[in-house]
Write a protein that binds this ligand. Structure first.
Ligand SMILES: Nc1ncnc2c1ncn2[C@@H]1O[C@H](COP(=O)(O)OP(=O)(O)O)[C@@H](O)[C@H]1O
Ligand SMILES: [Mg+2]
Length: 319
């Protein structure tokens, strides 16, 4: 999609959806609005962009790209781990099995980078209770994926790193469930990495959430999206790594870096305003990510996202 079409969409993005109360009990997360209808949950993925745990702006078509991508991955992995998806009545909406979520996020990492690299340099990487060899280099691959879980903090609070021992001690998951969760997360991650490679990408790290219905375990929320994951360009990895250069990324770390570089913003102080051209170029990042990851071009229909969602939900009997 060209830049002018993306500019035109800036005024029609989905910030906070306004749906009639009959759509169900409402909860607003940073990016998704959920509506509970008995044992199912309508997840509306908005165009809101969050960075450093703050919602900063909206990005044209971001919600659609994320919802489509996550469903692409759920389709590809459902033979490995059951997921929460029941129906996709609109490009921005997933109807899911309402699960009892675990209050931990499972971060799986294939490489030493990002916040973990920053922690490693400071010596504060011990919170996960994992052994780390000395002398690792930035962006170095781990021999096998590692888990660096964090608590799922209530709204407005920051997630904290947590060790497996602490998860079990606090009863955030039983030993049996934790074993099932890590096994499922490992299998999903390896499958994600395998597919990413065929698309010229490295799935560097990602975050999963799991929930239960009765004793059945499901992967919930979103998987392998640019919001929950970091991807690098595979063909440049070795050369950049050996020269000690930053990797070429495919994710919102780009906007995070713009915030740090241009606004000195790292989550504290007044929220910076995001200029329109930065919103448009961020939209392009998301669209490129979709096409690079899936290998399929994305046909988008400009227009009022909110109105379309309402129409589709009515047509499918969710309203
Ligand atoms: N199938 C599900 N059952 C129960 N809760 C879910 C399910 N899928 C997603 N959720 C929850 O819905 C919310 C989605 O909104 P999101 O914007 O991602 O929130 P957050 O700000 O916590 O990241 C999250 O709290 C997530 O844990
Ligand atoms: Mg989330």
């Amino acid at each position: 999609m060209n830049t002018s079409a993306l500019h035109a969409q800036l005024s029609q993005t989905l910030g906070c959806p306004q749906l009639p109360p009959s759509v169900g009990q409402h909860y607003q997360g940073k990016v998704r609005d959920t509506y509970r209808q008995g044992d199912r949950l309508l997840l509306v993925t908005s165009d809101r962009l969050s960075a450093f745990d703050h919602v900063l702006t909206t990005i044209p078509f971001k919600g659609e790209v994320l919802n489509r991508l996550t469903n692409f991955w759920f389709e590809r992995t459902r033979h490995i781990v059951p997921n929460h998806v029941l129906d996709v009545p609109d490009p921005n909406v997933t109807v899911a099995r309402a699960c009892q979520p675990f209050a931990v996020e499972i971060v799986v990492r294939g490489y030493l980078t990002g916040s973990l690299w920053r922690d490693y340099q400071k010596g504060t990487h011990t919170a996960y209770g994992l052994p780390f060899p000395e002398g690792l280099r930035k962006d170095e691959a781990f021999p096998a994926p590692i888990f660096t879980p964090s608590t799922k903090a209530p709204k407005g609070q920051h997630d904290e790193p947590i060790s497996e021992k602490e998860i079990l001690a606090r009863g955030l998951a039983s030993a049996r469930d934790w074993a099932r969760i890590t096994e499922a997360a490992r299998a999903l991650f390896l499958e994600g990495q395998k597919w990413a490679r065929t698309r010229g990408l490295i799935l560097v790290d990602t975050k999963y959430e799991f929930g239960k219905v009765g004793d059945d375990l499901y992967v919930i929320d979103e998987i392998h999206t640019p919001d929950s994951s970091r991807y690098w360009m595979a063909d440049e990895y070795e050369a950049r790594f050996s020269r000690g250069e930053d990797q070429r990324m495919l994710d919102k770390e780009n906007l995070r870096q713009w915030l740090i570089r241009e606004r000195g913003f790292q989550g504290h102080g007044p929220l910076p305003e995001i200029p329109e051209d930065v919103r448009v170029s961020t939209a392009q990042t998301y669209l490129r990510a979709y096409e690079q990851i899936t290998g399929t071009p994305l046909v988008l229909e400009p227009g009022d996202v909110q109105a379309r969602i309402e129409k589709n939900l009515r047509a499918r009997g969710y309203l």
